[in-house]
Design a protein around this ligand. Structure first.
Ligand SMILES: NC(=O)c1ccc[n+]([C@@H]2O[C@H](COP(=O)([O-])OP(=O)(O)OC[C@H]3O[C@@H](n4cnc5c(N)ncnc54)[C@H](O)[C@@H]3O)[C@@H](O)[C@H]2O)c1
Length: 352
């Protein structure tokens, strides 16, 4: 069988940690191009993985009729442009999360998907996590009763990424901790609760701890060293409430807060039982049986959700399957995040 021929656009962290190794491990996929505007990064990939051609301009890959699919692994400001160009050239697309910087951009992507009728999946990789899928199965089976409230905490003590760089510059990233981390957490909630339509949101956002770029003291700084002359105009903390046609969602998120330790979990509160999911790890089901309180620990032995995601992408191209990560489903989170940011700007509740 002919392999699916792939171009990876953007050869930075997520490409090297997830997309490239996963394509390499998939027998039905073959990477033909590594593309990065910093050509040395594409060249380094060619050398490291022993295949493909290094290119600087993604149009080279799009204009090659042999290419079937692309992974968009660039910063958020390029997601919609590259995705729409790729769809126009008849390529299937897996675009990293968030879909785009704004809901408007995500809508343009969705329109292009419908127009050119190629796959467009968003990198909401937790939908391919075995633990998350087990949790969803428990909710769907009714074991928790009705889920009436969900509490989401994606908070770190002091961990603003690459202060002054792409992650803290609104024109590049579209936002701060909500669009970067929150998107994964809200997506898990949406997925596990059956993608309930949001109705209203109310939120407040803060940009406090890192705003003096020179005096921010931190524990971790991933995504590069601080740039003292860079930009920091996104939120480092955010809180709010989302009413949906399903459960009420309340959330607290922070790249940096003076809280001592990181708190990365989601509580699903059901009428019969509840679950606390530690992000990327185990979960505990809290319930009761025969007059006794019960705690059941679910541990997932080993799981490579990125491999599952890439395998599913390749398979859905071959078999024309619509995945739960399709833009039609995941765009709801883009709409919700847009309303959350508007609510925080206007200090008022927004209707969706
Ligand atoms: N799913 C996840 O858990 C996860 C984790 C990390 C990052 N991400 C997402 O992946 C994306 C990239 O993040 P990263 O941490 O890998 O960033 P990164 O900065 O490490 O890598 C991005 C690369 O894209 C290149 N690039 C920029 N514009 C380009 C263009 N027009 N054409 C080709 N290459 C271009 C840059 O030179 C850089 O090498 C972001 O959208 C981020 O939100 C997702």
């Amino acid at each position: 069988m002919r392999k699916i021929k792939v171009a990876v656009i953007g050869c930075g962290t997520i490409a090297n940690h997830a997309h490239i190794p996963s394509y390499m491990a998939n027998d039905n996929a073959e990477i033909i191009y590594f593309c990065d505007i910093i050509l040395e990064r594409a060249e380094a990939a060619v050398k490291q993985y022993g295949c493909g051609i290094a290119i600087e301009n993604y149009m080279t890959a799009l204009q090659d009729p042999d290419i079937d699919a692309i992974s968009v692994c660039t910063p958020n400001n390029c997601h919609s442009i590259i995705t729409i160009d790729a769809l126009r050239y008849g390529k299937h697309v897996l675009c990293e999360k968030p879909a785009a910087r704004t809901y408007e951009e995500a809508l343009e992507m969705q329109k292009a998907q419908a127009q050119y009728n190629k796959v467009l999946n968003i990198g909401v990789v937790n939908r391919f996590n075995s633990g998350v899928n087990k949790l969803k199965e428990l909710i769907d089976s009714g074991e928790l009763g009705d889920i009436y409230q969900v509490y989401v905490s994606f908070r770190s003590h002091r961990s603003i990424p690459g202060l002054g760089g792409a992650f803290t510059t609104k024109s590049i990233a579209g936002g701060g901790v909500l669009i970067d981390w929150g998107v994964h957490f809200l997506d898990i909630v949406m997925y596990c609760c059956g993608d309930p339509m949001p109705v209203t949101v109310s939120s407040e956002a803060f940009c406090e701890l890192g705003k003096d770029l020179n005096s921010y003291t931190y524990k971790d700084m991933w995504a590069g060293p601080p740039k003292a002359d860079g930009i920091y105009d996104v939120e480092d903390a955010i809180t709010g409430i989302i009413r949906t046609k399903g459960p009420i969602i309340t959330f607290n998120g922070a790249w940096a807060q003076n809280i001592g330790k990181n708190e990365m979990y989601i509580d699903f509160m059901g009428t019969k039982a509840g679950i606390r999911l530690q992000y990327g790890a185990d979960f505990i089901k809290y319930g009761s049986q025969n007059g006794m309180l019960t705690e059941t620990l679910y541990t997932i032995n080993s799981d490579n959700m990125f491999q599952n995601e890439i395998d599913a992408f390749i398979e859905c191209i071959e078999n024309n399957i619509k995945l739960p990560s399709h833009i039609d489903t995941t765009i709801i989170t883009a709409k919700m995040m847009d309303a959350i940011y508007k609510s925080a700007d206007l200090h008022q509740e927004m209707k969706l």
